[in-house]
Design a binder for this molecule. Structure first.
Ligand code: FES
Length: 105
């Protein structure tokens, strides 16, 4: 089991980035739920964030790609607006166990 961090170390709502075996991934928290994705925009493959751990839009209701402002549903990773509409972020499956965010096996 790969423990990433305590759930409480991620703002609610908010996000946090991790490096796993050289790959950049991030986890978004909404209350007691977490959603993980690879930090690569389906538009051109660039990391979504320009600032550390900043992955949400102004309203904290969507994932934002800061490069060309694509928006993605937090729960599904599907792009709802922007140059990659209809495409999806690559999931990085995570879950909460005993108050810790862990990578799903
Ligand atoms: S790189 Fe994400 S919208 Fe262009």
């Amino acid at each position: 089991m790969n423990i990433l961090c305590p759930l409480d170390s991620i703002p609610d709502p908010g996000a946090r980035e991790f490096r796993i075996d050289g790959a950049r991934v991030f986890v978004v928290r909404q209350g007691g739920q977490v959603f993980g994705y690879v930090n690569s925009c389906p538009h051109v493959g660039a990391p979504l964030n320009l600032e550390d751990d900043k992955f949400l839009d102004l309203f904290q209701t969507s994932i934002l790609c800061a490069n060309h402002f694509a928006l993605f549903e937090i729960k599904s990773g599907r792009c709802t607006r922007g140059p990659c509409t209809g495409r999806s972020l690559q999931p990085f499956p995570v879950e909460i166990r005993d108050g810790e965010v862990v990578q799903k096996a």
